[in-house]
Design a protein around this ligand. Structure first.
Ligand code: NI
Ligand code: MN
Length: 220
C-alpha cells in the first residue's frame, strides 16, 4: 500500500490496482504536488462541500471516469448536478468497494451545503485501515476509533478552521493509531503550523508520526 500526500487534505491511496483520492484541492493550492489534470483516480472521496475539499473532484471525475464517494446530501447538492458518477453513504455506514471498504465517520465542522453534514472516512484497503478525519474539531467520539485498530490517522493540525496541533495531539491519544500524518496546514497564511513540532510532540507521547511534504509518499 502506498500513501501519497498531494497537499492540504488530498491524499492518494494506491494498493497497486486501485487508486483512491481524497479531497482533491489542487487547482488554486500553491502547495499542491501535482496539477489536477495529471492525477489518476478510480474513486474520489470528498469529506464536505467547502471548496478546499471539493476542489477539482468534478473535473478529475469527468476526465478519469472516477466515482465520487460522499454523503447523500453532498451528492444531491454538488456532484449529482455536476453529472459525475456518485456512490453515496452516510455517517456510521460502510460502503463495500472493489478495493475494500470505506466507512463514514462523523466530523464536527460545517459542510458548505445546507442540510449536509461533514464527515471523515475510515478506509480498509490493502490490509490497512486509514482514517482521514476531514475537517473537524476535537471530539470525544474519536475515542471510538481506538477499537478500530487504525494503522494511519490523517489529522488536521492547521487550527482556526479545524483542530490545531494541541487538540490533534489529544486526538492521537484517543485514536491510538500506529502512525499519524498531519494535514490541512500551511496552505493559507492563517493555518501556518510547524508540522515537525507536532510530530515531535506525538512521538514524545509515545506514538509515531510522520510529516509528508506535498508529493512525498509512504509505504504502509
Ligand atoms: Ni471545511
Ligand atoms: Mn478545509
Amino acid at each position: 500500500m502506498k500513501l501519497q500526500f498531494l497537499g492540504h487534505a488530498c491524499f492518494l491511496l494506491d494498493d497497486g490496482t486501485h487508486k483512491v483520492l481524497t479531497d482533491p484541492f489542487l487547482t488554486g493550492n500553491v502547495l499542491a504536488a501535482v496539477p489536477a489534470d495529471q492525477v489518476e483516480a478510480d474513486f474520489i472521496f470528498v469529506t464536505h462541500g467547502h471548496s478546499d475539499h471539493t476542489g477539482d473532484a468534478v473535473s478529475i471525475a469527468q476526465r478519469t471516469g472516477a466515482t465520487v464517494c460522499c454523503t447523500v446530501d453532498l451528492a444531491e447538492g454538488v456532484f449529482g448536478p455536476a453529472g459525475v458518477r456518485v456512490q453515496v453513504g452516510n455517517l456510521g455506514g460502510r460502503i463495500p468497494l472493489p478495493f475494500g471498504s470505506a466507512k463514514f465517520f462523523q466530523a464536527i465542522h460545517g459542510s458548505g451545503v445546507p442540510g449536509c453534514l461533514s464527515c471523515g472516512f475510515i478506509f480498509e484497503m490493502g490490509g490497512k485501515k486509514i482514517y482521514h478525519a476531514g475537517d473537524t474539531a476535537l471530539m470525544t467520539d474519536m475515542a471510538l476509533l481506538a477499537d478500530e485498530d487504525i494503522d494511519v490517522a490523517l489529522l488536521p493540525i492547521g487550527d482556526v478552521f479545524t483542530m490545531g496541533p494541541a487538540d490533534a495531539l489529544r486526538a492521537v491519544k484517543m485514536i491510538r493509531p500506529k502512525l499519524t500524518v498531519p494535514m490541512h496546514y500551511d496552505t493559507f497564511p492563517p493555518i501556518a503550523q510547524d508540522p515537525e513540532a507536532f510530530a515531535a510532540a506525538v512521538q514524545a507521547a509515545g506514538f509515531q508520526a510522520q510529516v509528508l511534504r506535498p508529493g512525498e509518499s509512504l509505504s504502509i
